[in-house]
Design a binder for this molecule. Structure first.
Ligand SMILES: Nc1ncnc2c1ncn2[C@@H]1O[C@H](COP(=O)(O)OP(=O)(O)OP(=O)(O)O)[C@@H](O)[C@H]1O
Length: 332
C-alpha cells in the first residue's frame, strides 16, 4: 500500500430502485437516471450474445438498464445518468470510453462511481482494473473497492486506458477478436503494421510537461498509457493513481517482411534500441508535415495535427476487483 486510502462505496447512499427497472415481462426497461444505479449496455459488443444475461443480472442488482442503438448513445446515456451513484458500462473498451466521456461532459467523474461489466472483445481496461468476467463484475459492483484513478484528457476528450498515435484510420474496424485477445490495444498496432502498405510513420515533436524531456523525429507509434502500459509480455496494468502516463515512443524502422506477432515482438521486444520510454504528467504531440495524425483514444479514432494530453490525477471514481494493483511493479 502506498498510504492512499481505499474507499468502500461512497458513504450514505440515497434510496435505490427495488424493481431494477423491470417491466411487466421481467425485462429491464430504459428508465433514464431515475434510479441511483444505471447500467449502459452495448448489445453488439464482443460476440453480441450477452444481452439477456446482462438484463437478468442488472435486474438482480437493481440497475436500470439503457441499451444503446448506435455508436455515441452511451455518451448521451451517461450524461443523462450523471446524478446516479453508480453507472456501469457493459461493453468493451469503446463503451467504457463513451460512458466516461458522458460523465466527463456532465462534470460528474468524481461524484458518480463507474463500474465495468466486460462484454467486449478485448476487455483490456476491465482486465487492468481486476474485473475478469460478467459474474465477477457484478460482485465487484456490489462489494469492490472504490478507487480514484487518473483520467487522461486529450484535446479536451477523456480517456481511461490509452492514447495511441500512428494508427491507420481503419485499424480499429479491421482488428480481429483473436488479435485483440492476444495483444489488447497492441492489436491495433499489429494491424497497422500488417495492413498499411504505405505506412510511413509520423514526423513528430513530442514535448513533455515543464520540458522534462522532449523527442523529435520519425515515429512509428506513440503509445500513451494511463490504465495500461506496453510491454509485449508481462504485466500491462500501469499505476493508475500516480498522475503520470507511461509513454512508449517507437522509432520508425522498416519492418521488412515481418508481420503480425513477429512485427510487434520486433517493435516492442528484446531489441529496444528503437524504443524511448518516458513518464510524464502531460505531453503534446505535433505532427510536423503531411496529413493530420490519426490517434486512438481507448480505441476510438480521432484525427488531429496536434494532440495535447494531460493526466488529471485521481479524477475518476471507479469500482475495482481484487486483481487491481495500486502499485504495480515498474517495468525494467
Ligand atoms: N447498438 C450499437 N450498434 C452499433 N454500434 C454500437 C452500438 N452501441 C455501441 N456501439 C459502438 O460499438 C463500438 C465497439 O464497442 P466496444 O469497444 O464496447 O466493443 P468491442 O469492440 O467488442 O470490445 P473491445 O473494445 O474491448 O475490444 C463502439 O465504438 C461503440 O460506439
Amino acid at each position: 500500500m502506498n498510504g492512499r486510502s481505499v474507499r468502500r462505496g461512497r458513504g450514505p447512499e440515497p434510496p435505490i430502485r427495488t424493481d431494477g427497472g423491470r417491466a411487466a415481462d421481467g425485462h429491464a426497461t430504459d428508465t433514464g437516471s431515475e434510479g441511483s444505479r444505471v447500467l449502459v449496455l452495448n448489445p453488439v459488443s464482443g460476440s453480441a450474445d450477452h444481452t439477456e444475461r446482462i438484463h437478468e443480472l442488472a435486474a438482480d442488482h437493481d440497475f436500470a438498464v439503457r441499451e444503446t442503438s448506435e455508436a455515441g448513445d452511451a455518451i448521451e446515456f451517461a450524461r443523462e445518468a450523471a446524478d446516479a451513484d453508480l453507472v456501469a458500462a457493459a461493453g468493451g473498451d469503446g463503451t467504457i470510453h463513451e460512458v466516461v466521456r458522458g460523465l466527463y461532459d456532465a462534470d460528474a467523474l468524481d461524484s458518480t462511481t463507474i463500474g465495468v461489466v466486460p462484454t467486449g472483445t478485448g476487455n483490456n481496461f476491465a482486465g487492468n482494473i481486476g474485473v475478469g468476467d460478467v459474474e465477477e463484475a457484478f460482485a465487484v459492483l456490489e462489494t469492490g473497492d472504490t478507487r480514484d484513478i487518473d483520467c487522461g484528457i486529450a484535446n479536451g476528450r477523456p480517456f481511461v486506458n490509452s492514447a495511441i498515435a500512428g494508427l491507420t484510420a481503419d485499424a480499429s474496424s479491421e482488428t480481429t477478436a483473436d488479435m485483440k485477445d492476444s495483444f489488447g490495444v497492441l492489436a491495433y498496432v499489429v494491424n497497422t503494421v500488417q495492413t498499411a502498405a504505405s505506412f510511413e510513420g509520423l514526423t513528430i515533436d513530442v514535448e513533455t510537461a515543464a520540458d522534462e524531456e522532449s523527442w523529435h523525429g520519425e515515429a512509428a507509434f506513440v503509445l500513451i498509457g494511463n490504465g495500461r502500459r506496453f510491454p509485449v509480455e508481462g504485466h500491462t496494468q500501469a499505476d493508475m493513481e500516480d498522475g503520470r502516463f507511461e509513454v512508449t515512443i517507437i522509432e520508425d524502422r522498416p519492418t521488412g517482411k515481418l508481420v503480425g506477432e513477429a512485427a510487434i515482438r520486433r517493435l516492442l521486444g528484446t531489441d529496444t534500441s528503437n524504443i524511448t520510454r518516458l513518464e510524464t504528467a502531460a505531453l503534446s504531440i505535433s505532427v510536423r508535415d503531411g496529413e493530420p495524425g490519426t490517434f486512438s483514444l481507448d480505441g476510438e479514432m480521432l484525427s488531429a495535427r496536434e494532440l495535447d494530453v494531460e493526466a488529471e490525477r485521481e479524477a475518476l471514481s471507479i469500482r475495482v476487483g481484487e486483481g487491481y494493483e495500486i502499485d504495480p511493479e515498474p517495468l525494467d
